[in-house]
Structure formats: structure tokens, C-alpha cells
Design a protein around this ligand. Structure first.
Ligand code: ACO
Length: 376
């Protein structure tokens, strides 16, 4: 194999087909099961979109009622899992907490190894219902607070706020969060989804695939970027500092978090919708300084490099204004992407082929082990 044939990072390689979502590079568009993500964000709840991602169609009123009732009934996690999370070191990375919890849920599920669409859909729905509880327990533990149990009378996003802050904010704040959940839900063969599909392709179980996907999402080049964006904005501090900060960072050849995308080269299709949600949060919180910094940074960087923001650029500061602490941003991404991951896991199982690419070799030529001296 020649070096020209190597596709570093699998860039441009089509490894399989999917019916879950479609990304069109040329038009910067993203559809879930055929529906443009912007229309879903404008007209649907995250619960409806989760149903769509798994079932291929938007729910009827009756289907939605049944679906949400099931999610609400499954929110509570068993006390042993709460104790396990509380026993972890105080500074455990929140994504490691999530990964540990997912592995625990697999360890105690007697059906963990059962495959088939029904069994997997059950597991996917349980993970979707329980991940917010896990993320909220971890948030409160890091702040020295007792867990707030889930309720059954609040929607998915409102219940999450209640479990984290012990109160539900204004409706527009809950809606901004819900929009972010819709936008993060699915994105074809991104690194974490592909990781889940690789693990599934070995016939491993759903929990193992999800735990692996959590690990892939943690990195700053993928889901961890929403946290890194906030860290950058905090470091830059004010709009006046943008130019000097970017001069120095680009001189050091640093990647600027929240910008660039492997697929979209002319702008991420999800950004305008998330930017609107961020602007709504700026309005609610009166955060004009953060907004000036955000726009100044974007204008300067895009002007220099022609590299556009991705979804993590507006979502990081939006979560900050919603009151979440930065280490919680990527676990929130997990709460949403669990829908896409599990849909892909089921799709992979339905038409499986072991994912096992080739590599070109650039090490030592074959050689013989030297004879050992008889004296040792
Ligand atoms: N900052 C500075 N330069 C960049 C950036 C960036 N954010 N993104 C790309 N570039 C430059 C590269 O340095 C490279 O320049 P060169 O050709 O002079 O070497 C060129 O653009 C091409 O970059 P690649 O890294 O080859 O592009 P790739 O498609 O592999 O990278 C990636 C995509 C990893 C997302 C990259 O843009 C990046 O690191 N961005 C920052 C991290 C980030 O925001 N990740 C979130 C992705 S979206 C999500 O997961 C929801």
C-alpha cells in the first residue's frame, strides 16, 4: 500500500450507510430521518426528536404521551449507583463519572447481553431517562450538595434543571436548553458514534458501546470542545483582549476550540439556531459583555483564518449563562447524543460487518531475534 492511499483520520472515507441522519457537505445541511434540524429545533421538543431518531417518524400525540410517561417512570437510579458516584474521588472527571455509571448500568442489567431491536430499544430508553439523573448527581456532589431526586411531573429539560439546581428557571431558559439537546442529538459517523459502531461490530453489548462512545466524546477535538470554548473565553476575558490573545495563540500554532469541522468547511448548519438560543440567554441574563467578547472573537478568528464556528462555540457560553459549571458541558452533550449513539448501535447490529481497517506499516523490516549468548 502506498502512502497516497492512506486516509489519515478516515477523512473522506465512506465506511457504511445510515438512515438515521444525513449531512450534506456542499449545502451545510443536516437532517434527522429526513427533517432539517432547524425545523425540528423550531417546532419540536427534545422528547419528540428522541422518538424520531429511534423510530424514524415523529410521534403522534398518543405515542408521545406513552413515550414521555415511560421516560418519566425510569428517571430514578438505584441507590447503589448513587452511592457509587458519591464514593468517587471529588476531582474525578465528570465524563469518567458518566462512563463509570454506564458501565455500572450494564453490570447490573440481567439483559445486558440480550440483543435484538426490542431489548436494545429498552436499554436505550433507560439510558436516555437515567443519564440526566447521573449528570445531576455528579454536579451536586462536586458542589457538596445532596442529590435532588427526579420528578415525574416535569418535562425532560425542566426536570434536569430541577435535579441540578433544585429549581426550574424561566420557560425561555428551559427552551434554549431543549434546543441545544435537539441540535446535539445526532450527527452521522462522528468520532463517538463511529466508536460505538466499532464496538458494536464486534458483537459487544450496548453498554460497552456507549461507554466507549463517552470516552471518544470526552476529547477536546470532539465533544470536549464546548468546555474548551468557555475556558478560552474566560481566559481572553474581554473583547479588547481578543486580538492580542489570538496573535499569541496562533503564533503558537494552537487550534482554536469551537472552530472548524471535519465535514462542514463553510459553516456548521447547527450554529445559527444555537447562536439564537445563546442570544436569548444573553437577553435573559443581561450578559452583554460576554456577547461582545463572543462576537469580537468570532469576527477576528474567522477574518484571519476563514474557519467557521461549530456547534460548540455558541453552546459553551449558552450553558454557562444557564448556570451550569464548565465541567458539566460535555456530560450534557452525552445526555443528548445517547439518542443518536443508540440508534446507530441498533442500525449496526441489524446489518453488521466487523469494522477492521488495514494499516500501512512503516516500522523495522523483518529481522531475526539475535541468538542469546549461552553464558546468559
Ligand atoms: N483552529 C486553528 N486552526 C484550525 C482549526 C482551529 N480550530 N481547525 C482547523 N484548523 C486548520 C488546521 O490547523 C489546518 O491547517 P494547515 O492546513 O495549515 O495545517 C487546517 O485548518 C485543516 O485542519 P484539520 O485539523 O486537518 O481539519 P480536520 O478536518 O481534521 O479538523 C477539527 C477538524 C478536528 C474539528 C478541527 O477543526 C479542530 O481541531 N477544531 C477545534 C476543536 C473543535 O472545536 N472540535 C469540535 C468539533 S464539532 C463537535 O464535535 C460537536
Amino acid at each position: 500500500m502506498t502512502e497516497q492511499e492512506i486516509r489519515k483520520g478516515l477523512a473522506g472515507v465512506v465506511v457504511d450507510s445510515t438512515a438515521v441522519s444525513k449531512v450534506v457537505q456542499e449545502t451545510n445541511s443536516l437532517t434527522y430521518r429526513g427533517y432539517p434540524v432547524q425545523e425540528l429545533a423550531a417546532n419540536c421538543s427534545f422528547e419528540e426528536v428522541a422518538y424520531l431518531i429511534w423510530n424514524g417518524e415523529l410521534p403522534t400525540a398518543e405515542q408521545l404521551a406513552e413515550f414521555t410517561a415511560k421516560e418519566r417512570s425510569q428517571r430514578a437510579v438505584d441507590q447503589k449507583l448513587v452511592d457509587l458516584i458519591l464514593a468517587l474521588p471529588q476531582d474525578t472527571h465528570p465524563m469518567h463519572v458518566v462512563q463509570t455509571a454506564v458501565a455500572y448500568l450494564g453490570a447490573v442489567d440481567p439483559e445486558a447481553e440480550t440483543t435484538g431491536e426490542d431489548a436494545n430499544y429498552e436499554k436505550a430508553q433507560r439510558l436516555y431517562a437515567q443519564l440526566p439523573t447521573i449528570v445531576a448527581i455528579d454536579h451536586r456532589r462536586r458542589h457538596g450538595l445532596d442529590p435532588v431526586p427526579p420528578t415525574t411531573d416535569l418535562g425532560y429539560s425542566a426536570n434536569f434543571f430541577k435535579m441540578v439546581f433544585d429549581e426550574v428557571p424561566a420557560e425561555e431558559v428551559v427552551r434554549c436548553f431543549d434546543v441545544s439537546m435537539i441540535l446535539y442529538a445526532e450527527h452521522s459517523f462522528n468520532a463517538s458514534t463511529f466508536t460505538a459502531r466499532v464496538i458494536t461490530s464486534t458483537t459487544s453489548d450496548m453498554y460497552s458501546s456507549v461507554a466507549g462512545a463517552v470516552g471518544a466524546l470526552k476529547g477536546a477535538l470532539h465533544g470536549g470542545a464546548n468546555e474548551a470554548v468557555m475556558a478560552t473565553l474566560e481566559e481572553v476575558g474581554t473583547a479588547d483582549n481578543v486580538k492580542a490573545w489570538l496573535d499569541a495563540a496562533l503564533e503558537r500554532k494552537e487550534k482554536i476550540m469551537g472552530f472548524g469541522h471535519r465535514v462542514y468547511k463553510n459553516g456548521d448548519s447547527r450554529v445559527p439556531t444555537m447562536k439564537k438560543a445563546f442570544e436569548a440567554m444573553v437577553e435573559v441574563k443581561g450578559a452583554s459583555d460576554l456577547y461582545s467578547l463572543y462576537t469580537a472573537f468570532e469576527e477576528d478568528f474567522v477574518g484571519r483564518k476563514g474557519i467557521y464556528p461549530n456547534l460548540d462555540y455558541p453552546s459553551g457560553p449558552a450553558y454557562h449563562l444557564m448556570g451550569f459549571d464548565t465541567p458539566q458541558f460535555t456530560p450534557i452533550f452525552v445526555m443528548s447524543r445517547i439518542t443518536g449513539w443508540t440508534a446507530h448501535i441498533m442500525e449496526q447490529q441489524a446489518s453488521n460487518a466487523l469494522i477492521r481497517p488495514l494499516s500501512a506499516y512503516h516500522g523495522q523490516e523483518q529481522r531475526s531475534v539475535p541468538a542469546k549468548d549461552a553464558a546468559g
